[in-house]
Design a binder for this molecule. Structure first.
Ligand SMILES: C[S@@+](CC[C@H](N)C(=O)[O-])C[C@H]1O[C@@H](n2cnc3c(N)ncnc32)[C@H](O)[C@@H]1O
Length: 268
Protein backbone atom coordinates (compact mmCIF):
# COMPACT_ATOMS: atom_id res chain seq x y z
CA UNK A 1 0.00 0.00 0.00
CA UNK A 2 1.30 3.48 -0.74
CA UNK A 3 1.68 6.05 2.05
CA UNK A 4 -1.49 8.01 1.29
CA UNK A 5 -3.59 4.88 1.31
CA UNK A 6 -1.94 3.74 4.54
CA UNK A 7 -2.73 7.08 6.18
CA UNK A 8 -6.41 6.85 5.16
CA UNK A 9 -7.03 3.14 5.51
CA UNK A 10 -6.71 1.86 9.06
CA UNK A 11 -8.56 -1.36 8.39
CA UNK A 12 -7.08 -4.81 8.43
CA UNK A 13 -8.40 -6.10 5.14
CA UNK A 14 -6.82 -5.12 1.83
CA UNK A 15 -9.31 -7.29 -0.12
CA UNK A 16 -12.04 -5.19 1.47
CA UNK A 17 -10.32 -2.04 0.27
CA UNK A 18 -10.29 -3.41 -3.26
CA UNK A 19 -13.80 -4.82 -3.18
CA UNK A 20 -15.28 -1.52 -2.01
CA UNK A 21 -13.69 0.03 -5.13
CA UNK A 22 -11.63 2.38 -3.01
CA UNK A 23 -8.59 1.47 -5.09
CA UNK A 24 -8.32 2.02 -8.82
CA UNK A 25 -7.09 -0.90 -10.97
CA UNK A 26 -3.52 0.35 -10.70
CA UNK A 27 -3.73 0.37 -6.91
CA UNK A 28 -4.24 4.12 -6.30
CA UNK A 29 -7.05 5.87 -4.50
CA UNK A 30 -9.63 7.49 -6.75
CA UNK A 31 -10.77 11.00 -5.85
CA UNK A 32 -14.35 10.10 -4.89
CA UNK A 33 -13.13 7.26 -2.73
CA UNK A 34 -10.66 9.51 -0.95
CA UNK A 35 -13.50 11.83 0.02
CA UNK A 36 -15.80 9.01 1.07
CA UNK A 37 -13.07 7.25 3.02
CA UNK A 38 -12.22 10.41 4.98
CA UNK A 39 -15.87 10.95 5.76
CA UNK A 40 -16.52 7.38 6.86
CA UNK A 41 -13.32 7.16 8.93
CA UNK A 42 -14.24 10.32 10.72
CA UNK A 43 -17.76 9.04 11.36
CA UNK A 44 -16.40 5.77 12.75
CA UNK A 45 -14.23 7.73 15.20
CA UNK A 46 -17.24 9.75 16.32
CA UNK A 47 -19.38 6.65 16.78
CA UNK A 48 -16.79 4.79 18.87
CA UNK A 49 -17.49 6.59 22.19
CA UNK A 50 -21.19 5.66 21.86
CA UNK A 51 -20.23 2.03 21.39
CA UNK A 52 -18.00 2.11 24.47
CA UNK A 53 -20.67 3.80 26.59
CA UNK A 54 -23.34 1.34 25.40
CA UNK A 55 -21.09 -1.53 26.43
CA UNK A 56 -20.88 -0.15 29.98
CA UNK A 57 -24.55 -1.04 30.49
CA UNK A 58 -24.90 -4.14 28.31
CA UNK A 59 -22.78 -7.18 27.70
CA UNK A 60 -23.83 -7.40 24.03
CA UNK A 61 -23.71 -4.71 21.40
CA UNK A 62 -25.83 -4.54 18.27
CA UNK A 63 -25.17 -1.81 15.72
CA UNK A 64 -27.54 -1.34 12.78
CA UNK A 65 -26.69 0.55 9.60
CA UNK A 66 -29.82 1.66 7.74
CA UNK A 67 -29.83 2.37 3.99
CA UNK A 68 -26.42 0.73 3.94
CA UNK A 69 -25.75 0.74 0.18
CA UNK A 70 -22.47 -1.16 -0.26
CA UNK A 71 -22.15 -1.26 3.54
CA UNK A 72 -19.09 0.92 3.41
CA UNK A 73 -19.73 2.29 6.93
CA UNK A 74 -20.62 -1.14 8.33
CA UNK A 75 -17.46 -2.77 6.98
CA UNK A 76 -15.24 -0.05 8.42
CA UNK A 77 -17.02 -0.04 11.79
CA UNK A 78 -16.67 -3.80 11.97
CA UNK A 79 -13.07 -3.94 10.78
CA UNK A 80 -11.83 -1.10 12.98
CA UNK A 81 -13.86 -1.60 16.16
CA UNK A 82 -16.45 -4.36 16.39
CA UNK A 83 -14.19 -7.17 15.18
CA UNK A 84 -12.30 -7.03 18.48
CA UNK A 85 -15.43 -6.85 20.68
CA UNK A 86 -16.53 -10.50 21.14
CA UNK A 87 -20.27 -9.96 21.62
CA UNK A 88 -20.71 -7.22 19.04
CA UNK A 89 -22.84 -7.68 15.88
CA UNK A 90 -23.57 -5.35 13.02
CA UNK A 91 -26.59 -5.54 10.76
CA UNK A 92 -26.84 -3.67 7.46
CA UNK A 93 -30.30 -3.01 6.07
CA UNK A 94 -30.55 -2.18 2.39
CA UNK A 95 -33.38 -2.12 -0.13
CA UNK A 96 -31.32 -3.23 -3.14
CA UNK A 97 -30.85 -6.98 -2.99
CA UNK A 98 -27.89 -7.02 -5.44
CA UNK A 99 -25.90 -4.82 -3.02
CA UNK A 100 -26.89 -7.02 -0.09
CA UNK A 101 -25.72 -10.18 -1.89
CA UNK A 102 -22.36 -8.57 -2.76
CA UNK A 103 -21.85 -7.43 0.82
CA UNK A 104 -22.68 -10.91 2.15
CA UNK A 105 -20.03 -12.38 -0.13
CA UNK A 106 -17.47 -9.77 0.88
CA UNK A 107 -18.09 -10.37 4.60
CA UNK A 108 -17.65 -14.09 4.01
CA UNK A 109 -14.35 -13.55 2.16
CA UNK A 110 -13.13 -11.19 4.88
CA UNK A 111 -14.06 -13.59 7.70
CA UNK A 112 -16.39 -10.98 9.26
CA UNK A 113 -18.77 -13.52 10.75
CA UNK A 114 -20.71 -11.20 13.04
CA UNK A 115 -22.02 -9.05 10.20
CA UNK A 116 -25.58 -9.65 8.94
CA UNK A 117 -27.16 -8.23 5.79
CA UNK A 118 -30.88 -7.81 5.40
CA UNK A 119 -32.52 -7.08 2.08
CA UNK A 120 -35.55 -5.03 3.08
CA UNK A 121 -37.01 -1.58 3.42
CA UNK A 122 -36.29 -0.07 6.82
CA UNK A 123 -40.01 0.16 7.56
CA UNK A 124 -40.64 -3.55 7.14
CA UNK A 125 -37.32 -4.88 8.48
CA UNK A 126 -37.59 -7.31 11.39
CA UNK A 127 -34.36 -8.01 13.28
CA UNK A 128 -33.67 -10.74 15.83
CA UNK A 129 -31.72 -8.36 18.13
CA UNK A 130 -32.74 -4.87 19.23
CA UNK A 131 -30.52 -2.08 17.85
CA UNK A 132 -28.34 -0.39 20.47
CA UNK A 133 -26.68 2.06 18.10
CA UNK A 134 -28.45 3.24 14.96
CA UNK A 135 -26.43 4.58 12.02
CA UNK A 136 -27.73 6.04 8.76
CA UNK A 137 -25.22 7.57 6.37
CA UNK A 138 -26.86 9.37 3.46
CA UNK A 139 -29.99 7.23 3.68
CA UNK A 140 -32.24 8.78 1.04
CA UNK A 141 -35.00 11.24 1.90
CA UNK A 142 -37.30 9.87 4.62
CA UNK A 143 -35.18 6.71 5.08
CA UNK A 144 -33.33 8.68 7.79
CA UNK A 145 -36.69 9.21 9.52
CA UNK A 146 -37.53 5.52 9.19
CA UNK A 147 -34.19 4.74 10.86
CA UNK A 148 -35.01 7.17 13.69
CA UNK A 149 -38.47 5.63 14.21
CA UNK A 150 -36.96 2.13 14.15
CA UNK A 151 -34.37 3.05 16.79
CA UNK A 152 -36.93 4.79 18.99
CA UNK A 153 -39.15 1.68 18.92
CA UNK A 154 -36.18 -0.40 20.05
CA UNK A 155 -35.09 2.08 22.70
CA UNK A 156 -31.68 2.51 21.04
CA UNK A 157 -28.93 3.99 23.16
CA UNK A 158 -27.59 6.29 20.42
CA UNK A 159 -28.01 7.53 16.85
CA UNK A 160 -25.43 8.69 14.30
CA UNK A 161 -27.21 10.21 11.31
CA UNK A 162 -25.84 11.98 8.25
CA UNK A 163 -28.97 12.84 6.29
CA UNK A 164 -29.15 12.82 2.50
CA UNK A 165 -31.37 14.80 0.14
CA UNK A 166 -34.80 15.42 1.61
CA UNK A 167 -37.96 16.14 -0.27
CA UNK A 168 -40.81 15.56 2.15
CA UNK A 169 -40.90 18.88 3.98
CA UNK A 170 -39.90 21.03 0.99
CA UNK A 171 -42.79 19.54 -0.98
CA UNK A 172 -45.11 20.51 1.86
CA UNK A 173 -43.65 24.03 1.78
CA UNK A 174 -44.99 24.33 -1.79
CA UNK A 175 -48.34 24.87 -0.17
CA UNK A 176 -46.99 27.95 1.56
CA UNK A 177 -45.58 29.28 -1.72
CA UNK A 178 -48.92 28.99 -3.49
CA UNK A 179 -51.08 30.27 -0.74
CA UNK A 180 -49.00 33.03 0.80
CA UNK A 181 -46.18 33.89 -1.64
CA UNK A 182 -43.74 34.04 1.24
CA UNK A 183 -40.35 35.48 0.16
CA UNK A 184 -38.57 32.68 2.02
CA UNK A 185 -39.98 30.08 -0.36
CA UNK A 186 -40.31 31.87 -3.69
CA UNK A 187 -37.35 30.17 -5.37
CA UNK A 188 -37.20 26.37 -5.68
CA UNK A 189 -33.57 26.29 -4.48
CA UNK A 190 -34.45 28.24 -1.34
CA UNK A 191 -37.44 25.97 -0.70
CA UNK A 192 -35.20 22.94 -1.00
CA UNK A 193 -32.48 24.33 1.26
CA UNK A 194 -34.97 25.63 3.78
CA UNK A 195 -36.82 22.31 3.61
CA UNK A 196 -33.59 20.44 4.40
CA UNK A 197 -32.80 22.73 7.28
CA UNK A 198 -36.30 22.44 8.70
CA UNK A 199 -36.24 18.65 8.27
CA UNK A 200 -33.11 18.34 10.38
CA UNK A 201 -34.45 20.75 13.00
CA UNK A 202 -37.55 18.53 13.24
CA UNK A 203 -35.33 15.42 13.59
CA UNK A 204 -33.31 17.01 16.39
CA UNK A 205 -36.38 18.16 18.30
CA UNK A 206 -38.09 14.80 17.81
CA UNK A 207 -35.10 13.00 19.34
CA UNK A 208 -35.01 15.56 22.19
CA UNK A 209 -38.70 14.88 22.81
CA UNK A 210 -37.89 11.17 23.26
CA UNK A 211 -35.22 11.88 25.89
CA UNK A 212 -32.09 12.09 23.74
CA UNK A 213 -29.36 14.72 24.01
CA UNK A 214 -28.62 15.91 20.47
CA UNK A 215 -25.62 17.56 18.85
CA UNK A 216 -25.57 18.85 15.29
CA UNK A 217 -22.24 19.54 13.57
CA UNK A 218 -20.49 19.22 10.23
CA UNK A 219 -19.11 15.76 9.62
CA UNK A 220 -16.08 16.85 7.60
CA UNK A 221 -15.11 20.03 5.73
CA UNK A 222 -17.71 21.10 3.16
CA UNK A 223 -15.20 20.46 0.37
CA UNK A 224 -15.70 16.72 0.95
CA UNK A 225 -19.45 16.54 0.61
CA UNK A 226 -22.48 18.78 0.43
CA UNK A 227 -24.42 16.27 2.49
CA UNK A 228 -22.42 16.87 5.55
CA UNK A 229 -24.69 17.52 8.51
CA UNK A 230 -24.12 15.10 11.35
CA UNK A 231 -26.79 14.51 13.97
CA UNK A 232 -25.58 12.59 17.01
CA UNK A 233 -28.06 11.64 19.71
CA UNK A 234 -27.64 9.75 22.96
CA UNK A 235 -30.38 8.66 25.33
CA UNK A 236 -30.11 10.60 28.60
CA UNK A 237 -33.64 10.69 29.97
CA UNK A 238 -37.21 9.65 29.16
CA UNK A 239 -40.05 11.14 27.06
CA UNK A 240 -41.82 12.30 30.23
CA UNK A 241 -38.85 14.31 31.51
CA UNK A 242 -39.72 18.07 31.58
CA UNK A 243 -37.02 18.83 28.96
CA UNK A 244 -38.46 16.19 26.63
CA UNK A 245 -41.96 17.60 27.13
CA UNK A 246 -40.68 21.10 26.32
CA UNK A 247 -39.05 19.78 23.12
CA UNK A 248 -42.32 18.09 22.12
CA UNK A 249 -44.20 21.36 22.63
CA UNK A 250 -41.58 23.31 20.64
CA UNK A 251 -41.84 20.77 17.82
CA UNK A 252 -45.64 20.95 17.74
CA UNK A 253 -45.42 24.76 17.56
CA UNK A 254 -42.88 24.63 14.72
CA UNK A 255 -45.01 22.22 12.69
CA UNK A 256 -48.00 24.47 13.12
CA UNK A 257 -46.03 27.61 12.23
CA UNK A 258 -44.83 26.14 8.91
CA UNK A 259 -47.97 24.11 8.23
CA UNK A 260 -46.00 20.92 7.76
CA UNK A 261 -46.79 17.37 8.74
CA UNK A 262 -43.67 15.19 8.40
CA UNK A 263 -44.03 11.43 8.87
CA UNK A 264 -41.61 11.56 11.79
CA UNK A 265 -43.96 13.67 13.84
CA UNK A 266 -47.21 11.84 13.00
CA UNK A 267 -47.43 10.28 16.44
CA UNK A 268 -46.97 13.54 18.32
C1 LIG B 1 -27.13 7.39 -1.03
S1 LIG B 1 -27.06 5.69 -0.68
C2 LIG B 1 -25.98 5.65 0.72
C3 LIG B 1 -25.43 4.31 0.97
C4 LIG B 1 -24.43 4.18 2.12
N1 LIG B 1 -25.04 4.41 3.41
C5 LIG B 1 -23.24 5.08 1.91
O1 LIG B 1 -23.18 6.14 2.54
O2 LIG B 1 -22.41 4.75 1.08
C6 LIG B 1 -28.65 5.39 0.07
C7 LIG B 1 -29.02 3.91 0.14
O3 LIG B 1 -30.21 3.78 0.91
C8 LIG B 1 -31.03 2.78 0.34
N2 LIG B 1 -32.41 3.07 0.76
C9 LIG B 1 -33.17 4.14 0.44
N3 LIG B 1 -34.36 4.08 1.04
C10 LIG B 1 -34.35 2.94 1.78
C11 LIG B 1 -35.32 2.32 2.63
N4 LIG B 1 -36.51 2.89 2.85
N5 LIG B 1 -34.99 1.16 3.23
C12 LIG B 1 -33.76 0.59 3.02
N6 LIG B 1 -32.83 1.13 2.22
C13 LIG B 1 -33.10 2.30 1.61
C14 LIG B 1 -30.80 2.93 -1.15
O4 LIG B 1 -31.12 1.75 -1.87
C15 LIG B 1 -29.31 3.29 -1.21
O5 LIG B 1 -28.50 2.15 -1.37
Amino acid sequence: MNKEIESLWKGSSEPLLKALHILTRDGNLNADSRRKLKQVHHLVQLIEPFLQRTLKNRSKLHVTDFGAGKSYLGFLLYDLILRSIPDARLTSIELRDELVQKSKQLALESGFDRMDFVSSSIESARLPNPSDVVCALHACDTATDDAILFGIRENAHAFALVPCCQAEISSQLDLIRDSEKHPLFRHPLHRREFGSHLTNVVRGLFLNSKGYAVTVTELVGWEHSMKNELILAERKSTPDHPESVRAREALAKLLQEYKISPKLAHDL
